[in-house]
Design a protein around this ligand. Structure first.
Ligand code: SF4
Length: 299
């Protein structure tokens, strides 16, 4: 298999549209490395709520490609340049990310900042949130997690175990969830719901998951080759072109029931789409003034 061409990606987007998909998150690696990213994002944003992730290194170079998307999420882990660059492992990444955030914001592009909450930045997340909310820049949270292989093959790897990042101060994490729940009461622009914060709080209180994973039901992953998996930790189970034929198959139902019992990861995006699903889930998000969800409902 080779990387999908522009036309194949557009065909894939048409298939997703017909399947009733409403939201697409482009992440990487870096999706902005593709030379045809302008064309892809322009096409996708006509039909879907689109979010694009970047670490700030390419966003300015590809600024025109980003004008139509609903959110450009720039990953930034700390207000402190030294801490951010240490976490990212790249000197100068704080400066690049901040420059991208400020420029995109000035240009009227829907930029948000995305910190990955870990043991290294846990204590500053409230201040971080207040800092960007004061600038009217939304905050889209991630939670440090790493891949624990559950099958012999994964769609791709993104998280590696790093003891330094692993949240060991669980009490502080519980307090952070409480603080963010309070902060949400008087602020819009925090792209997380109270329900998710309650779920994460419970996870750190006693390890209990108050959700069932909804991989291959509410969300799935597609890689650059067009392979589809329930999540990136799972094996590919079909291709984008075979997806309509497989969607209602007994095989997919069998996989869904396996994934529902899986406790293989705590990636916040998967928790989010597992907890908020269907029309009721969208209403719950709207109630909390998440602009993204308003688009979801109008589509
Ligand atoms: S919990 Fe869900 S998203 Fe996480 S590894 Fe298991 S199937 Fe994948």
């Amino acid at each position: 298999m080779k990387e999908l061409s522009t036309d194949e990606i557009k065909m894939g987007l048409d298939i997703l549209r017909e399947l009733g998909v409403v939201e697409i998150v482009f992440s990487g690696g870096s999706p902005l490395l593709r030379e045809d990213i302008d064309e892809i994002l322009e096409y996708a944003s006509q039909y879907f709520v689109t979010t694009v992730y970047d670490n700030g290194s390419l966003a300015l170079e590809k600024i025109d490609a980003l004008r139509n998307v609903d959110f450009v999420a720039i990953s930034l882990d700390s207000l402190n340049p030294k801490i951010n660059d240490y976490i990212k492992g790249v000197k100068g990444s704080w400066e690049k990310a901040m420059e991208a955030i400020e420029t995109l914001h000035k240009e009227g592009i829907n930029v948000c900042v995305s910190p990955t909450i870990s043991q290294l930045n846990l204590y500053e997340i409230v201040d971080y949130t207040k800092y960007f909310l004061a600038k009217k820049i939304p905050v889209l949270y991630c939670l440090y997690s790493y891949d624990v292989p559950v099958e012999s093959e994964q769609l791709f790897n993104i998280g590696r175990k790093n003891d330094e990042f692993e949240i060991v101060d669980k009490e502080a994490m519980v307090k952070l969830c409480d603080d963010l729940i309070q902060l949400k009461k008087n602020n819009s622009g925090m792209l997380i719901t109270t329900k998710i914060l309650e779920a994460v709080k419970q996870l750190f209180l006693d390890g209990k998951r108050i959700w069932k994973c909804r991989a291959l039901t509410n969300f799935f992953m597609i890689d650059h080759l067009g392979r589809v998996a329930g999540c990136h930790v799972r094996s590919p189970v079909t291709t984008i072109f075979e997806l309509p034929r497989m969607w209602d198959s007994p095989e997919f139902d069998r996989l869904r029931s396996i994934y529902r019992e899986c406790k293989g990861c705590t990636y916040l995006c998967y928790i989010f789409y597992s907890i908020h699903s269907g029309v009721i889930g969208n209403f719950e998000i709207v109630r909390e003034n998440w602009k993204n969800a308003k688009i979801l409902l109008s589509s």
